[in-house]
Ligand binder design. Structure first.
Ligand code: SF4
Length: 327
């Protein structure tokens, strides 16, 4: 409180600060579609609509949908047979829709089409007799969902270059790799290089699995890094792509890079004296939270806003047919 009084908006001698806004930032097409799916499902079937796992990793989004009638559960066992259930944007193992079908449930799969593309790749490699190495984070729902497309043992998970040295595939000549969509582009390139060095016959995706939104948001952070003394990433601690943005900022030389869920998380003391701050948001963070961070800076500084534009995005995905009016 004391700090607010000292640096509040009524003072005219607020320090100058340039706020660099990453562009693109925030919501990706997969997140927009997943939120739309839950909203349309509630509209079509009424509340409650069950959602297996957080539809996207953001508390603000989850709370908003809960207020409209969504019920979030971690397991299909927690859903009644007679209510619709939506599967999250991260994707689910094949066993989940199979179980929903067995119980005659209405279900809508909100798996992002770009995650689904990786599922199809995995299936294709499996059909061609290749064992698959997945680069991803252990326990992340997307990794669990992708590995769950194939029988146990057909997908080996690696997280680091060190893991590549440790694995023992069935036949080193018959391998393919896939990746989680939200990894660090640079770290993943190192792991892929290690895989190629150890397994010369390994094949990879035609176009890399890390999605356009992850790539573009990381690129914007790299572009702003030389100009800023501090980076704030609006996002949730369980959001993979948001956490990668913090890491990318640090790797690009930014001395202070921090994840904040809302403006209330900003450690003003830690950035005292800083005059150039970068601001971005993970793919599951709504713009309203970014606006609140900008407003908090305006309360304390004479702010100049500069946009760092590194890409234009025009991607959108249709919702499943069952939810479309013309279906
Ligand atoms: S981050 Fe990429 S893969 Fe994940 S939901 Fe967004 S567009 Fe899809």
């Amino acid at each position: 409180m004391t700090e607010l009084t000292m640096t509040g908006p009524i003072k005219t001698d607020r320090p100058a600060l340039t706020l660099y806004l990453a562009d693109p930032r925030g919501f990706c097409a997969g997140v927009v579609r997943a939120i739309e799916i839950v909203e349309m499902a509630i509209e079509k079937w009424g509340a409650p609509v069950y959602v297996r796992h957080e539809i996207v990793h953001n508390q603000h989004v989850v709370d908003g949908l809960r207020a409209k009638g969504a019920v979030f559960v971690e397991d299909l066992d927690d859903c009644p047979d007679d209510r619709p259930v939506v599967f999250s944007a991260h994707g689910v193992p094949k066993s989940v829709p199979a179980e929903a079908e067995r119980r005659n449930m209405i279900y809508v799969d909100a798996t992002c089409p770009l995650v689904w593309k990786v599922h199809v790749e995995a299936e294709r490699h499996f059909q061609n007799g290749r064992q698959i190495i997945m680069i991803g984070h252990s326990g992340h729902p997307e990794t669990v969902g992708t590995m769950g497309q194939l029988p146990a043992g057909e997908v080996i998970l690696v997280e680091t270059v060190e893991d590549v040295a440790r694995i023992a595939p069935r036949d080193p000549e018959r391998l393919a790799y896939i990746t989680q969509t939200t990894l660090s582009v640079d770290d993943t390139a190192d792991v892929v290089a290690a895989l190629m060095a150890r397994f010369s016959g390994i094949i990879g995706p035609h176009r890399k699995d890390i999605c356009y939104a992850t790539t573009n948001r990381q690129q914007a952070v790299k572009a702003m890094a030389p100009r800023i003394d501090a980076l704030l990433v609006v996002g949730a601690p369980n959001s993979s792509n948001s956490r990668r943005l913090v890491e990318v900022g640090r790797a690009a030389g930014c001395p202070y890079a921090m994840l904040v869920q809302t403006a209330a998380d900003i450690d003003w003391r830690a950035i005292e004296g800083v005059r150039a701050v970068g601001l971005t948001a993970g793919a599951s963070a709504p713009e309203v939270l970014v606006d609140q961070v900008i407003a908090a800076f305006h309360d304390r500084y004479e702010v100049t806003i500069e946009r760092i534009v590194t890409a234009e995005e025009h991607v959108s995905f249709k919702v499943p047919r069952v939810l479309r009016v013309d279906a």
